[in-house]
Design a protein around this ligand. Structure first.
Ligand code: ZN
Length: 498
């Protein structure tokens, strides 16, 4: 066995430990919502974290990496494996065990405080632990120092290779265009009416229907399942076990339906990784941005298209005849594509969504740079919200407390969501060029041509190619946000009769 083969085998065990940790996390989110204490679980999670850390940072790994670097005939996958293992090793050896353990424990306790603060709409309950969490993230960034500025170092954890400046250069030109576009749509005298979506829809029926949809989208229930949780998410508990969660809101079926399609898109990515990469360090989406490109493609470009609804609407009507029996499909399609500034990111339409992200991106940068303090967040959140979206959240539950990310210590994660929209638009534009009949497929309830294309070009590769290489391989150019604006204009002008 040569050094790279040994590393591959060694990291297969680390991956399995990682899957155990994910399993504990999944169980916590799905089954332990009402527990009074998470102390036991918190200690288990940090034990696994410690075991992983110990293994990744062992001398053996350092020695094997050096040996593997000398090997002349590494193939593409082996080179990528070495790249990712080296990255993992560097990240882990720069962090002392004490810091890693403290971060893991703090995030569990912070999740508890966040939940309480959110329920009571009282930021002060969350403030202390968030301050600690931010300091720990800064400490982490100082030690990792992948980039000269701390925020870029944190971003790099989720979007390898990306920096604050690179993202700001992508977001800044699109920000005023989005603000203008939202205003323009709202000047229309023929806006969609989404009151049909504010009626009562039986939550159990919503859940049942969401199940029908994911089956049709080729989510394989032999390798996963769907449950409910406070915040929808996708988890791989093993290379062949990718689970999703959803939530239902009785007066707003969008949360369940589009949330489910979104998580299904994430799951299809992980489920499509080729066998050769299973249990290896490459058995992951290559970046959070590319991951999000897959979920948002299914959620928005497919799930909010007219053809999708031409197929699904009769089924919807059967599930909810009291609301929809006499309601025309075309109006329902317009309703699910209503663009309206609103407070909650996960429920935001695809046009205003980017503005929710830009707000977080800008706040995080200043927070990490120490230009603003944690205690100022609620007020800064609200004033920025007004600048970008023209409205002010009525309370912190609908403002600064809505997302779980900061409680988990995930700072630098948010920008990847919007990058996902942008990557998605560029990839989707390319798919449509190659398979122009796709919308016709959806009209017939046929989704495998799109899935096969994505499997072939994106999914199977796991993290063999970095995001910037992958987008060039698929589309022949670097990330170009114009595709997203083009997509919005083509879609929304007809919906708004502009
Ligand atoms: Zn997502």
């Amino acid at each position: 066995m040569n050094a790279i083969e040994e590393l591959k085998e060694y990291f297969a065990e680390i991956m399995r430990l990682h899957y155990i940790q994910v399993t504990l996390g999944w169980d916590q989110e799905v089954n332990m919502q009402n527990y009074k204490s998470l102390e036991g679980r918190s200690k288990q999670v940090s034990l696994i974290e410690k075991l992983i850390h110990k293994r990744v940072t062992s001398e053996k790994v350092g020695k094997l990496i050096k040996e593997a670097e000398e090997l002349a005939d590494l193939n593409e996958i082996e080179s990528a494996m070495l790249r990712e293992i080296t990255r993992e090793y560097n990240l882990a050896t720069k962090l002392p065990e004490k810091l890693v353990t403290e971060i893991a424990e703090t995030s569990i306790l912070a999740a508890k405080d966040w939940r309480e603060a959110r329920a009571k709409s009282d930021f002060s309950i969350f403030q202390n632990i968030l301050e600690k969490s931010v300091e720990l993230q800064k400490e982490k960034a100082r030690r990792l120092k992948t980039h000269p500025d701390m925020y870029s170092t944190l971003i790099d954890l989720y979007e390898p290779g990306a920096t604050y400046n690179w993202i700001a250069n992508v977001f800044n030109p699109i920000k005023p265009k989005l603000i203008d576009f939202v205003k323009k749509l709202n000047y229309s005298s023929n806006k969609p009416d989404d009151s049909i979506l504010r009626k009562y829809y039986d939550p159990d029926k919503q859940f049942e229907l969401s199940f029908e949809i994911i089956k049709k989208l080729n989510y394989d229930l032999g390798y996963g399942r769907q449950d409910r949780s406070t915040h929808p998410f996708t988890s791989s508990l093993a290379s062949m076990d990718t689970r999703i969660t959803t939530r239902t809101s009785e007066n707003y079926p969008n949360e369940c339906i589009f949330g489910t399609i979104h998580e299904c898109g994430h799951a299809l990515y992980e489920m499509g990784i080729k066998k050769e990469l299973h249990d290896t360090i490459l058995c992951n989406g290559t970046s959070m941005g590319i991951h999000e490109s897959q979920s948002r493609m299914w959620e928005n470009f497919v799930g909010r298209s007219k053809e999708f609804w031409m197929y699904w609407y009769p089924t919807f009507q059967k599930y909810f005849p009291e609301n929809l029996k006499n309601y025309p499909m075309q109006e329902f399609y317009r309703a699910v594509n209503t663009v309206q500034p609103s407070f909650i990111r996960v429920n935001a339409d695809e046009v205003t969504y980017g503005l929710h992200i830009i707000l977080r991106f800008e706040l995080e940068k200043e927070l990490i740079d120490g230009k603003i303090q944690v205690k100022e967040l609620p007020q800064l959140w609200n004033s920025k919200f007004e600048d970008l979206l023209g409205i002010i959240p009525p309370n912190d539950t609908q403002g600064v407390l809505q997302d779980i990310h900061w409680s988990m210590g995930s700072i630098g994660y948010f920008p990847t969501y919007f990058l996902g929209n942008l990557y998605g638009a560029q990839i989707y534009q390319n798919v449509l060029k190659k398979i122009p009949q796709l919308p016709e497929d959806y009209r017939k309830g046929e989704f495998s041509n799109l899935l096969n294309y994505l499997r072939e070009n994106v999914h199977q590769h796991g993290s063999v190619y970095r995001a910037s290489d992958l987008i060039k391989r698929i589309t022949g150019e670097e990330l170009n946000p114009n595709y997203f604006m083009d997509y919005l204009e083509k879609k929304y002008y007809p919906i708004y009769n502009l």
